[in-house]
Design a protein around this ligand. Structure first.
Ligand SMILES: NC(=O)c1ccc[n+]([C@@H]2O[C@H](COP(=O)([O-])OP(=O)(O)OC[C@H]3O[C@@H](n4cnc5c(N)ncnc54)[C@H](OP(=O)(O)O)[C@@H]3O)[C@@H](O)[C@H]2O)c1
Length: 286
């Protein structure tokens, strides 16, 4: 099996590169090797590598950055996704495109399932939603995997790393929002789940995250406690007080009504995954 991973040097892309290594030949293409906004380069990449499977993981993931530059957000997250999907359709490759919990507005208080109506509250969320729609228009056989709150070994600005870094040098309490609830997801668990999806050739939208739910504030406390930073205080603040350019959904826990139909197990609880990740990282992730 020949596997092309777009955004292959990103946090999830790096993990996917590792996980698919045993499945055959893998090209985890960084932006310097394959800029997906260039339709000609995407065509050439498919022509030369001839992938059987494509995991489209590239995106402009700077949520606040997208809010200030919607042109770039739509160029990367929507239009470039369409280039990838068009080539997948044309060559018969099986495509999985990664999307986000930010396609929802967060007004619900129970898990969002695949058939729930979408209503993004940020430019990033809207650009990713339109990316999903472009992918399915260009390549109706594709699958879309919505995930959330991803962290992992290759993360640079992920929440787990940010909290550990801030905790290591904190002279006062860390201020963390307590009105955003989600499901933290380890890139390693997600990548393994994506390999199972590829093996079962699911199509359409799937929600895939670690299990359970937690607020950012509670999660920060847990990260510090598991990192030997129990003495660092955390104070809850509201999203309004934190004053970020882009609005985030207050509640974006994803549930799946479709994953089980593939005969696949749900991912483990977020707390087990976080413990496993931190045990593996030791002090290395700070
Ligand atoms: N992180 C999360 O919490 C989260 C949650 C839900 C969904 N997702 C989705 O998961 C996927 C993977 O995200 P991630 O967390 O791994 O983020 P990431 O580390 O930012 O990875 C995204 C990668 O895409 C690359 N990229 C950006 N523009 C590109 C272009 N024009 N051509 C080729 N590559 C380009 C980036 O390269 P540069 O760094 O060089 O720009 C980066 O390596 C994305 O689709 C994201 O929307 C992430």
């Amino acid at each position: 099996m020949r596997v092309l991973i777009t955004g292959g040097k990103g946090m999830l892309g790096t993990e996917l590169g590792r996980v698919f290594l045993s499945s055959g030949e893998v090209w985890a293409a960084g932006r310097d090797e394959l800029d997906i906004t260039d339709a000609g380069s995407v065509h050439l990449a498919f022509d030369s590598f001839r992938p059987d499977v494509v995991i489209h993981s590239a995106a402009w993931t700077d949520v606040d950055g997208c809010e200030g530059d919607s042109r770039r957000a739509f160029l990367v997250n929507r239009d470039a996704a369409a280039h990838v999907a068009r080539e997948a359709e044309g060559t018969g490759a099986y495509l999985v495109a990664i999307s986000t919990d930010f396609v929802f507005d967060g007004e619900k208080r129970t898990q969002y399932i695949e058939s729930d109506p979408t209503s993004p509250v940020s430019v990033y969320g809207l650009s990713k939603l339109e990316g999903e729609q472009s992918v399915l228009e260009e390549c109706p056989r594709a699958s879309i995997v919505r995930t959330a709150w991803v962290y992992g070994a290759a993360g640079k600005g992920d929440f787990v790393r940010a909290i550990r870094k801030a905790g290591a040098v904190a002279e006062g309490p860390l201020l963390v929002v307590d009105d955003q609830v989600g499901a933290p997801t380890w890139s390693s668990d997600l990548a393994a789940a994506l390999r199972s999806l590829v093996e079962s050739r699911g199509r359409g939208v799937y929600h895939v995250t670690n299990g359970g739910e937690v607020s950012r504030y509670e999660l920060a406390r847990r990260i510090l406690d598991l990192s030997g930073l129990e003495s660092v205080a955390v104070e809850p603040v509201s999203s309004t007080e934190s004053n970020r350019p882009a609005k985030r959904p207050a509640y974006s826990v994803l549930g799946s009504e479709r994953w089980g139909d593939l005969g696949l197990e749900p991912l483990r609880h977020w707390d087990l995954a976080l413990k496993a990740f931190l045990a593996q990282e030791g002090d290395g992730h700070v």
